[in-house]
Design a protein around this ligand. Structure first.
Ligand code: NAD
Length: 475
């Protein structure tokens, strides 16, 4: 029911043959799902050679033909969604309906890039002298090395793969060792759609060993990483040593501002559902709730009611609405957030404990009256813990919302058009949802500011991230 795990290098699926590896665990049961092979140094070098060959071939392939193969891969992903969603739920823990949505959105992302790749236009700039033609063109950067985490096993790899392929690049992707099945299934779709060997290569290994081997290599021209801030800084340094382009999609700590004129109960319904999606293990998850003091008690009551209605359990079983955390590190982290909050006077309105005696389940948790300098208000929670505090004025809440080094996503709710415009402008963040949580779509840029990283995935910006601009002056 799970999947056959393997590396994919130069069009070949590779497994065994004395390779080291690790077990993949189902976070709902703690049981082993499969054994994952690690790439040896020789495998990584083979992937580099394949990607160099793949780049030469793929960049010569017309954008029209590239798009046809990509769209076929998207269709296959749609055809296979049920199986892939189940693979993801088993390895990552999110409930089936969320897994299904992730797979279908991944197909949409491929389609969007496939189309947009055909519109990688240049421009002609009038010359200062007669007979001079000035052309600005976009060229694919070359071989891409990409690294993705465990919270979205298909969607995060797809953003990097589809952007790179649409631009005419080849790619080596090291997907998460903890959730490899989604990436394996995705790569199968591209392979079965007729993508030439070498254009897309999938490896696994010890993350630091793989990135330190690949990034300094001359043929690697672009690095794309999604994950934590400390790892992002390390990989950005490795990329900078070779003056390589980099996209860093790092963590966040998204403020939610609920103004006095908003309907606290309506907002609580929307934002609580968004908060507990994927057990809060989402980089744009709402994580710090600032509610105007007049709305506070109504908001907390409704939010807690929602959290209480969540049915915790194995994501493959019908009726469960929240699965386990993806790994035991998150359980330890939740305990540490909650203990720190309690020790500083925070009140646990609900939850605050592990759940059950198997797997990595943690209760949906609501904490009130916690100080701004507590761990939960300053470090990315990446889990189902929601701290809710009060504020009085616009300026005060803006200062508190902007006080951290994170700047990925932010949300605000108001019925005043003036406040809506003012908060959209005032928040230091790569994405701001005003009366909306729809900050991530295939056609819009997705990325952070400050220590949340740089560069965008999604939108035309996500495509341009895989191109170099060239100016040709022709007399
Ligand atoms: P971590 O910081 O060790 O790892 C984060 C990701 O980076 C993992 O997928 C890991 O495999 C990868 N990684 C680690 N070291 C690497 C290296 N040297 N080279 C290449 N890849 C490397 O910790 P973790 O326990 O997996 O996650 C902890 C925190 O990471 C979370 O609390 C969250 O803040 C952040 N995170 C963010 C995202 C995101 O979508 N931005 C996703 C997952 C985790």
């Amino acid at each position: 029911m799970y999947t056959q795990l393997a590396l994919y290098i130069d069009g070949q699926w590779l497994n065994g043959e004395g390779r080291k590896g690790e077990d993949v665990i189902n976070p709902a049961t703690g049981k082993t799902l499969a054994h994952l092979p690690h790439a040896s140094k020789a495998d990584l070098d083979a992937a580099l050679a394949a990607a160099e060959k793949g780049f030469k071939l793929w960049r010569e392939t017309s954008a029209y033909d590239r798009s046809k193969i990509m769209r076929k891969a998207a269709d296959l992903l749609r055809e296979r969604y049920d199986h892939i969603a189940k693979v993801q739920t088993q390895e990552q823990g999110k409930v089936y309906v969320e897994s299904r949505a992730e797979v279908l959105t991944s197909a949409d992302i491929i389609d969007w890039y496939a189309e947009e790749g055909r519109r990688t236009y240049g421009r002609i700039v009038p010359g200062r002298q007669k007979g001079v033609r000035q052309l600005v063109i976009q060229e694919p950067v070359g071989v891409v090395a990409a690294f993705t985490p465990w919270n979205f096993p298909t969607l995060t790899p797809v953003r990097k793969i589809a952007g790179a392929l649409a631009a005419g690049c080849s790619i080596i992707i090291k997907a998460s060792e903890e959730t490899p099945g989604g990436a394996v299934e995705l790569v199968k779709c591209f392979a079965d759609a007729g993508l030439p060997a070498g254009v897309l290569n999938l490896v696994f290994g010890v993350p630091a060993e793989v990135s330190e081997h690949l990034i300094p290599k001359k043929s690697v021209k672009k690095v794309s990483f999604t994950g934590s801030v400390p790892v992002g800084k390390h990989l950005a340094q490795l990329a900078a040593k070779g003056m390589k382009k980099a996209t860093m999609e790092l963590g966040g700590h998204s403020p939610v501002v609920v103004f006095e004129d908003a309907d606290p109960e309506k907002v609580a319904d929307t934002i609580a559902a968004f908060k507990y999606r994927n057990s809060g293990q989402v980089c744009i998850s709402p994580t710090r709730f600032y509610v105007h003091e007049k709305n506070y008690s109504k908001f907390v009551a409704r939010f807690t009611e929602y959290a209480r209605s969540i049915k915790l359990g194995d994501g493959l079983e019908k009726g469960n609405t929240m699965g386990p955390l993806a790994n035991p590190r998150r359980l330890d982290a939740m305990e540490s957030f909650v203990n720190d909050a309690k020790s500083r006077g925070g009140k646990v309105a609900m939850g605050g404990n592990r759940h059950g005696n198997q797997g990595f389940f943690y209760e949906p948790t609501v904490i009130t009256d916690v100080p701004d300098d507590s761990k939960i208000m300053t470090e990315e929670p990446f889990g189902p813990v929601a701290p809710i505090v009060t504020f009085k004025t616009f300026d005060e809440v803006v200062e508190r919302a902007n006080s951290l080094q994170f700047g990925l996503a932010a949300y605000a709710f108001t019925t005043s058009e003036k406040t809506a415009a003012a908060i959209g402008d005032a928040i230091q963040s790569g994405m701001v949802g005003v009366n909306s949580v729809a900050v991530s779509t295939p056609e819009t840029p997705f990325g952070g500011v400050k220590e949340s990283g740089y560069g965008s995935e999604g939108g035309i910006e996500g495509l341009q991230a895989y191109t170099n601009v060239k100016f040709i002056s022709q007399a």
